[in-house]
Design a protein around this ligand. Structure first.
Ligand code: C2O
Ligand code: CU
Length: 498
């Protein structure tokens, strides 16, 4: 098993096994950073923008000279970027022309349960069918009864009221048992919410505001995506499953779908909206040769004041909104965005090439936003969620996910203290509700834990306390681990907002 386990260190920074590509690794810093297209509404009806998206198989050239079949929103990987306005409702009709059912979740969105992309709320492919009586997955320990499925034939309209502040959200597949392979195949995109407060700040704008969707993939010799359940030589037998149970990591680092790209920049400030869209890989991003990442926002929008970091750790699904000032570097030189947690080529992410003079009227103001700080005393209820492995899967409070089991019933508009404990790296994500990190292992939150968040990087044997506020809607939502292999192996739970 040695070869297949390449890169499998037993350190606590390892959140999965690196699946080596059979294809040669592409050269680094040769392709320009692609910017995903902005999605345009099909029509506007009574002030509501209506969008139409088709999930289909598309061709992408990710490795030079090779074609990769992707499962994409509009056939692209990443999918198009949505530009949304806080307070302006948006409706997105998703038509499924893929071979398998899907469920689309707007990660970080405050939506009604019917539009949340619940794992058993499926869009069945156009012309396809779905047997609610079949065992949904051969090996997983979860129980799903026939009545737990909701089926939409061919397409479904998702409604996003966007009663929330400006933030970098994203959208991705959330199908029961298959989120990991379906996201790996390409079902992911960015979703930017803007508001007047964010617009009014003198931060870099226009083509100096750039999304960086970072993820890792592995490839077969012909350029197809390689994944334990996609690659015929690696069927998901119990043995393979237990090997990849910690999570699947690729050995090729992609930014906006391109391997180790390069971006030409002027020697001025840029704003980067960074998303870790990887299944399992954690990154510690830093600039080489040195420099600052000035954080202006977290998962859920602007911080009260900027925070300067020499590196930032991103667990899967976390977002960081940072400003980098390239005037600190010599024109003509290059600056590499490195990943201190990666070995070999995975230790690098992308490169910036510094161009000649340009003017810059942007700056990072000392005050960014009015952000209320939640206090421990506001929480009337405390709950604990323990994230732990078993022989067959991953559990929350000793339970495998079941659509009909509810672990918590928080009241609408209340604040609760949730205490997360773990045996491994688990990026914990709450749907609907946003939170603030209160403490980490009895100490102050980490430097990168600040602001409103919807994912927290829970590390092995840590105790992380968060203050969660439930707003917007009543109904059934979930919290889960955002390591997508853990998620597919049952590490999800329901809460019901009452
Ligand atoms: Cu980004 Cu339930 O997930
Ligand atoms: Cu996990």
């Amino acid at each position: 098993a040695g070869g297949a386990l390449a890169g499998c260190g037993e350190t606590t920074e390892t959140a999965g096994i690196v699946l080596p590509s059979a294809a040669p690794l592409p050269p680094r810093f040769r392709v320009p950073l692609p910017i995903p297209a902005t999605k345009k509404p099909a029509r506007t009806v009574h002030g509501v923008d209506e969008y139409e998206v088709t999930q289909r198989i598309g061709d992408a050239e990710i490795l030079p000279g090779k074609t990769t079949k992707v499962w994409g929103f509009d056939g692209t990987f990443p999918g198009p970027t949505f530009e949304a306005r806080a307070g302006h409702e948006m409706r997105v009709r998703i038509r499924n022309e893929l071979p398998q059912p899907t469920s689309t979740h707007l990660h970080g969105g405050i939506t009604a349960p019917a539009s949340d992309g619940y794992p058993t709320d499926l869009v069945v492919p156009v012309g396809g069918s779905f047997d609610t009586h079949r065992k949904h997955s051969g090996e997983m320990p979860m129980t799903v009864r026939p009545q737990d499925w909701t089926l939409h034939q061919g397409s479904k309209e998702y409604r996003y009221p966007l009663g929330q502040r400006a933030a970098t959200l994203w959208y991705h597949d959330h199908r029961m048992d298959f989120s990991a392979p379906q996201v790996w195949r390409g079902l992911v995109g960015m979703f930017v919410v803007r508001d007047d407060e964010d617009d009014a700040l003198p931060l870099p704008k226009g083509d100096r505001e750039i999304p960086l969707l970072i993820c890792d993939r592995s490839f077969t010799a012909d350029g197809s995506f390689s994944y334990p359940s996609l690659d015929p030589s690696l069927t998901m037998t119990p043995g393979v499953r237990s090997k990849y149970m910690q999570g699947v990591q690729g050995d090729v680092i992609l930014v906006n779908g391109a391997p180790w790209p390069e971006l030409s920049v002027a020697p001025v400030r840029y704003r980067f909206r960074i998303l870790n869209a990887s299944n399992a890989r954690r990154y510690e991003l830093a600039l080489d040769p040195g420099g600052h990442l000035v954080q202006v926002g977290s998962d859920q929008g602007l911080l009260a004041a900027p925070r300067t970091h020499s590196s930032i750790v991103l667990s899967p699904a976390e977002r960081f909104d940072v400003v980098v000032d390239f005037s600190a570097y010599r024109p003509g030189s290059t600056v590499t965005l490195v990943n201190r947690l990666g070995s070999g080529a995975a230790g690098q992410v992308m490169r910036f090439r510094i161009g000649g003079r340009a003017t810059d009227d942007s700056h990072v103001p000392a005050r960014l936003s009015q952000v209320e700080t939640l206090k421990r005393s506001q929480a009337k209820v405390t709950r604990q969620f323990d994230f732990r492995r078993t022989d067959n899967g991953w559990t929350i409070n000793k339970q495998y996910f079941s659509p009909s089991t509810v672990l918590a019933r928080p009241a609408l508009n209340s604040v609760e203290l949730w205490r997360f404990t773990s045996d491994f790296h688990h990026p914990v994500h709450t749907h609907l509700a946003h939170f603030q990190v209160l403490s980490r292992d009895g100490h102050e939150p980490a430097a990168t834990d600040h602001g409103w968040k919807d994912v927290v990087d829970l590390r092995p044997y840590e105790v992380v306390e968060v203050l969660v506020r439930f707003t917007g809607f009543r109904g059934r939502y979930m919290l889960h681990c955002h390591n997508l292999e853990h998620e597919d192996m049952a590490m999800m739970a329901n809460f019901q907002v009452v």
